[in-house]
Design a protein around this ligand. Structure first.
Ligand SMILES: O=C(CO)COP(=O)(O)O
Length: 252
């Protein structure tokens, strides 16, 4: 199970490091992490990446970036390339988060360029997809599969291989009081998993959108992990979710 959090732009440097130290301390002691049941990750802002990598690597936590540029180098002021992120020890990169699509003009076309750039540089895309409005699970699954394939178009043309993390995040459930319904998540995540089952990319499907303690046991048969936000700003909540993952493994 891949379980982690994007800190978005919530914290400054001091709180990012404090949170990472607290979660790393939990992970370094937790049997779910040390026994290989859970791969934890954290996705801080760009400037905190080097310090977060230094803290996280001792606790077997992966570190991600919240975005990247699709070119490997050049005159792209303000952007950060996949090769530079890889140099810093980044192994995941979030691509196409709903907030970037809504506020920063990201389209399936730019997402596809970024996914290809991540894969060609050995960084696993955390490709964020999700339907915009609440509706029936079958329609949501169809919309997500369309978005997924549009996002993978260039990687497929390049015959890319590597690890792909698909973060299913229904847009209407992000920043909400509660996650999407269990049956909704299970139906869409299962459809995505089935769609990717024989893929040449090594794909995992994780759920995000107001997720917190208590959700994983209800959807664990359909997901490969969790993409957490506000509800793990208290590091103890991260530990609770690791406990849940461990208990699930014990129950199988
Ligand atoms: O977008 C998300 C994770 O990247 C989810 O954030 P929230 O859990 O805070 O809604």
């Amino acid at each position: 199970m891949l379980i982690g959090s994007s800190l978005k732009m919530y914290f400054g440097r001091a709180r990012t490091l404090e949170w990472t130290r607290a979660v790393a301390a939990i992970c370094a002691e937790h049997p779910a992490v040390q026994g290989g049941v859970v791969e934890p990750f954290v996705i801080p802002t760009f400037p905190s990446i080097p310090e977060v990598v230094a803290i996280a690597s001792d606790a077997r936590m992966l570190v991600g970036a919240q975005d990247l540029h699709w070119e490997d180098s050049g005159a792209f002021t303000g952007e950060v390339s996949a090769p530079e992120l890889a140099e810093h020890g980044v192994s995941l990169a979030e691509i196409g988060h709903a907030e970037r699509r809504a506020m920063f003009g990201e389209s399936d076309a730019t997402v596809a360029l970024k996914v290809a750039a991540a894969l060609r540089n050995g960084i696993a895309p955390v490709l964020c997809i999700g339907e915009t409005d609440e509706g029936a699970p079958a329609a949501a699954a169809a919309a997500c599969i369309r978005q997924l394939e549009a996002s993978l178009a260039l990687a497929r043309e390049a015959d890319a291989i590597g690890r792909l993390v698909v973060a299913y995040e229904p847009v209407w459930a992000i920043g909400a009081p509660r996650p999407a319904g269990d049956d909704h998540i299970r139906a869409v995540a299962s459809a995505l998993r089935e769609h990717l089952a024989d893929d040449q990319l090594d794909a995992q499907v994780i759920y995000g959108g107001s997720a917190g303690p208590g959700l994983l046991p209800r959807i664990a048969d359909s997901v490969d992990g969790m993409f957490l936000g506000r509800f793990v700003h208290d590091p103890a909540a991260f530990g609770t979710i690791l406990d849940e993952a461990l208990a699930l493994r014990g129950a199988r």
